[in-house]
Design a protein around this ligand. Structure first.
Ligand SMILES: [Zn+2]
Length: 587
């Protein structure tokens, strides 16, 4: 995973650093310039909006100061006693580079011209810079020059040279990512990643071993992870990009009330748990429209995707898509990042998986507005939500945190075309029994998906619509149940009292033989009632019921259903109901 993140980060580093793409240099921010003349005399402070700049790389600030660019405590020693040691570090770093010609004015600022240089700047600082702006980085600039001293090519070259010569003494162990020994594996944090859900605002570290529990085999700190400085840099850059490249856009409500929200092209969160972010990308950062379809399917687009994969040729024979798709789900835990899941698959396999996904979740649904049956493709998150517990008032129970786990499982299954854990089937069947909306299209789609991907229920494949050919007993039982409910509906002539679903659905699912005995007794009463009022309708309904009943031996109904059979029962019930909706004739 680190290897891939590192590959992903490489071009980002190249774009960002250009010719200065080296591990010794790093992007930093600056908001104050100290302007001096060539003799080191202080001229003025210049305060501006935070800007990006490239400076010496420090992965950890503890015990070190950055060359020519740092906070006020280091640069100006203005923070009382405790800043003295920081300032000393800053000066000794300068001393290390004192032979660099470009640094001469700064050396004079702190040395020969101290009274008109450093001391004057220090006394001026509090007047010139408002307190709230004193936290940014400070750099040096020569009067009349546009470039800062730390940005000069000569200085950067020297930073790199010093880094390389120090490195000669460093350990020569192989990097576990790039398998090179060129850069040392350092005992330092690899860099912080911002915007991790539930993480610290200052950032989180993905790899960090700062507790002694992680030190083993006499290896210190990050020696355990053996990632070289260069790879550490590129993976941190890659991961940061995944977390941060959101597009801010205006959600204009009205003139005075402008809301901003973010759209993350390669990140999903919230729906997968408040503490979790799902990130995805391809190495070359290709657009992935299939992901949008997962979340908001468009029937025409989905049909096109299924068609292009089933006709096969695009992905199989013309060319092989070698590019890989990566997805990881991460959670912040204080200053660390916990990796929940890592998915790696080829783009070709990913596209096929998405097409399979839609085939597996496709379900027919009676559309009351269009007055016809349509194929329904539910958004991934709606499927997960259909498993969430509800309160007695009908609202979702916020304490049921499993929805995020269901969503993550479905995400993984969609991307990789793999089975769904059976505990989700238990969960969705429970909701189908207890919720007043019963077996909704989303629940039926989810049950169908799980059954088709876990063939424990035999080889029978659930289809999107009702079947009348050879089918499992539990499925037929579901159809019969829907028909009996249908007859009760006509017998009650629209009166709304507790229907047989509310009273018998759970019972039938758990003890089919016993329940059907009762249901058929009840039905003969309903049948008599309809026959008295509408003899023609009674004949039709009974004929339809007999059509279903002939396929099972009602005297030998199973005493119980297995988990998979319960799923088949629910689908049979759902399919039959949709078909009945579609057959309702206007009265
Ligand atoms: Zn490496």
């Amino acid at each position: 995973m680190i290897k891939e993140l590192s590959e992903f980060g490489k071009p980002i580093c190249e774009r960002k650093y250009g010719e200065w793409n080296h591990v010794a240099l790093k992007e930093e921010f600056i908001s104050i310039d100290i302007v001096i003349d060539s003799a080191g005399n202080f001229q003025k402070f210049e305060l501006f909006e935070k800007k990006s700049t490239i400076a010496e790389a420090l992965t950890s600030k503890k015990g070190s100061a950055r060359l020519l660019l740092d906070k006020a405590e280091e640069v100006l020693c203005c923070g009382g006693e405790k800043s003295k040691s920081k300032h000393t570090l800053f000066l000794s770093k300068l001393k290390l580079f004192q032979d660099v010609a470009s640094l001469a004015p700064v050396i004079a600022f702190y040395g020969n011209n101290k009274s008109t240089g450093f001391e004057k700047a220090l006394s001026d600082f509090e007047n010139a810079i408002p307190e709230k702006n004193r936290n940014g980085n400070i750099g040096f600039r020569l009067q009349l020059e546009g470039i800062r001293i730390h940005e000069k090519a000569e200085v950067r070259r020297e930073i790199i040279a010093v880094y390389e010569s120090n490195k000669k003494n460093a350990s020569r162990r192989k990097c576990s990512v790039c398998e090179q020994t060129e850069y040392p594996v350092e005992d330092e944090p690899h860099g912080m990643i911002k915007n991790v859900p539930d993480g610290k605002s200052s950032g989180c570290a993905l790899v960090s071993y700062n507790a002694s529990a992680f030190e083993s085999y006499e290896l210190k700190g990050n020696d355990n992870s053996t990632i070289c400085a260069n790879c550490a840099r590129t993976y941190v850059e890659g991961l940061s990009a995944l977390f941060s490249e959101g597009v801010k856009f205006k959600n204009k409500k009205n003139k005075d009330d402008i809301l901003y929200s973010y759209r993350w092209p390669r990140r999903r969160s919230a729906n997968y748990g408040l503490d979790t972010a799902i990130l995805f990308c391809t190495r070359n950062n290709k657009p992935l429209p299939e992901i949008d379809q997962l979340e908001a399917p468009n029937a025409d687009e989905v049909a096109r995707m299924i068609e292009s994969v089933t006709s096969g040729n695009v992905n199989d024979t013309h060319y092989i898509e070698l590019e890989q798709l990566y997805s990881c789900s991460l959670s912040g835990a204080a200053a660390r990042i916990a990796v929940r899941d890592w998915i790696e698959t080829s783009l070709g396999h990913f596209r096929k998986s998405i097409a399979h996904w839609f085939k597996d979740i496709a379900i027919e649904k009676y559309d009351g507005d269009l007055k016809k049956i349509v194929i329904h493709y539910a958004p991934l998150y709606d499927l997960a939500k259909s498993c969430q517990r509800k309160n007695s008032d009908g609202g979702y129970d916020k304490d049921d945190t499993s929805t995020a786990r269901v969503a993550s499982s479905l995400w993984k299954a969609a991307l990789q075309n793999i089975p769904i854990p059976l505990w989700i089937l238990t969960k969705v069947l429970q909701r189908a029994r207890l919720d007043k909306y019963g077996v909704t299209a989303e629940r039926a789609a989810l049950i169908k998906l799980i059954l088709n991907r876990n063939k424990n229920g035999g080889d029978f494949m659930m289809t999107e619509n009702s079947v009348q050919e050879e089918r499992p007993v539990a499925y037929v039982c579901g159809q019969i149940f829907a028909k009996l409910e249908n007859m009760q509906y006509y017998a009650a002539a629209g009166e709304r009292n507790a229907g047989i679903r509310e009273r018998y659905f759970t019972y039938t699912m758990t003890s089919p033989a016993a329940a059907f005995g009762r249901l058929f007794d009840l039905n003969s009463k309903h049948y008599k009632k309809i026959k008295n009022e509408k003899p023609g309708l009674a004949v039709t309904l009974d004929k339809e019921l007999q059509e279903l009943v002939k396929d099972v031996d009602i005297n030998k109904m199973p005493a119980t259903f297995s988990l998979e059979q319960k799923g088949q029962f629910a689908i049979g019930y759902y399919h039959q109901k949709q078909a009945q909706f579609a057959n309702i004739k206007p009265k």
